[in-house]
Write a protein that binds this ligand. Structure first.
Ligand code: ATP
Ligand code: MG
Length: 396
């Protein structure tokens, strides 16, 4: 077993010693069988939350109404969730009621896809009543039970299917696919934040082309913020050669150029994305527009290294026959005389002393002139040289 499981085996054993069943479940078992990196191991148990808390000295209630207790063991954190069923979904999202149960079977049955409905005990024995292993071998995403029922219960599962396509390169099993197309409108009931989370994972995946095509072909895209009128653009986005090699941020940037929304800020806010992310993408979009006439030292400096690299990568993708090179941009950036204002060898105070004048808007103006002269290599970033230059130009 991989180390991450081995380290967690004592947690299972403690629950078993106390008379309960406990297994690894969900994404970790799937990723183990796929040979992918395992992010975190989730544990499911027959113990009720209060019973879990009695077994472990250090716990945190993180979602006790859903049966989840966070356990701290050997400096590591484990989410331990009581076996449960979910019942009476009335609003196409999240169950009205969760019921704790004592049997693993019922717990596996409520899970979304066969590949996510396996359990593994501490010896590495896999419990797989829905034949997830076989579906993994065939690269298939299949709902546990009737897809109609499962997508109607919780419409987010349709977005999860798409992001798993993008992450794993799998196909949807045929009835699952048909049902997804039939029920895509139900996604309207899901909170934007949750759709965004799955969409971002879709953009981050290696098979994002397949994921995006699926969004378009099934009509799911119509229930995503602002995208309903953009079928053609989304198709073009999905078909862009080189798309696979872009990371999530770069993929967003390409999408933004395809959408060409007047008000980019409003578009990204509509997705409830963090302010910082919105600022970064808006800036990159501006830099990208200017990149079409070539990089200047000033443009590189304004961009900063991360944005410059994202922009160059995206530019190369959009304009494959142009003269672009991420390595060259990195090299040119490294050669800039300074990379931020903080590196200037003068301060506003220096200027006020030299000019024997009080502060005011002129200080900032002068600093900007100095900054620009240094970036364009008219002068070097040296206090004495800057002072002499100011005197020569009558700027003091
Ligand atoms: P990741 O590796 O991205 O975390 P994951 O499969 O572990 O993928 P989680 O959101 O962490 O996804 O969920 C853990 C498990 O809970 C899933 O593997 C699945 O068994 C179950 N699950 C999650 N969301 C749903 C849902 N909407 N409906 C049914 N089961 C779900
Ligand atoms: Mg997970």
């Amino acid at each position: 077993l991989p180390t991450i499981f081995q380290q967690a085996v004592p947690v299972l054993k403690k629950l078993e010693k106390a008379g309960f069943e406990a297994y690894f479940v969900g994404g970790s078992v799937r990723d183990y069988l796929l040979g992918r990196t395992i992010n975190d191991v989730d544990i499911a148990t027959s113990a009720y939350p209060e019973e879990v808390k009695a077994v472990f000295p250090k716990t945190v209630d993180i979602g006790i109404e859903h049966g989840t207790v966070l356990v701290l063991e050997e400096g590591r954190e484990y989410e331990i969730t009581t076996f449960r069923t979910e019942s009476s979904y009335t609003d196409y999202r999240r169950p009205d009621k969760v019921e704790f149960i004592r049997s693993l079977d019922g717990d596996l049955k409520r899970r979304d896809f066969t590949m996510n409905s396996m359990a593994m005990d501490g010896d590495g024995t896999i419990i797989d009543p829905y034949h997830g292993r076989e579906d993994i071998q065939n690269g298939l995403i299949r709902t546990v039970g009737s897809p109609e029922m499962r997508f109607t219960e919780d419409a987010l599962r349709m977005m999860r299917a798409v992001r798993f396509v993008s992450q794993l390169g799998f196909n949807l099993e045929s009835t699952t696919l048909i049902s997804l197309s039939d029920h895509s409108k139900l996604l309207a009931h899901i909170a934007v934040e949750r759709k965004t989370m799955e969409f971002e994972k879709t953009l981050a995946g290696r098979w994002k082309r397949e994921g995006l095509n699926l969004l378009v072909d099934t009509g799911l895209y119509k229930e995503l913020p602002f995208l309903s009128g953009y079928r053609t653009q989304l198709k073009a986005f999905a078909d862009l050669p080189g798309l696979d090699s872009l990371n999530k941020d770069q993929a967003w940037l390409v999408l933004l150029t395809y959408i060409g929304e007047e008000d980019m800020q409003a578009f990204l806010k509509g997705w409830r994305l963090p302010t910082k992310m919105i600022r970064l993408r808006s800036k990159e979009l501006d830099i990208l527009k200017e990149r079409h006439t070539g990089w200047t030292k000033t443009l590189l400096y304004r961009a900063g290294l991360d944005a410059a690299l994202n922009v160059e990568k995206v530019y190369g993708c959009l304009e494959p026959s142009s003269d672009f090179s991420v390595e060259r941009v990195m090299e040119q950036y490294r050669k800039l005389a300074i990379s931020s204002r903080q590196e200037l060898d003068v301060t506003g105070t220096d200027l006020m002393v030299w000019a024997d004048q009080k502060g005011g808007p002129w200080v900032k103006e002068r600093l900007l002139e100095i900054e620009s002269a240094i970036i364009n290599e008219t002068i070097s970033n040296d206090k004495e040289e800057i002072r002499r230059w100011l005197v020569t130009c009558n700027r003091l």
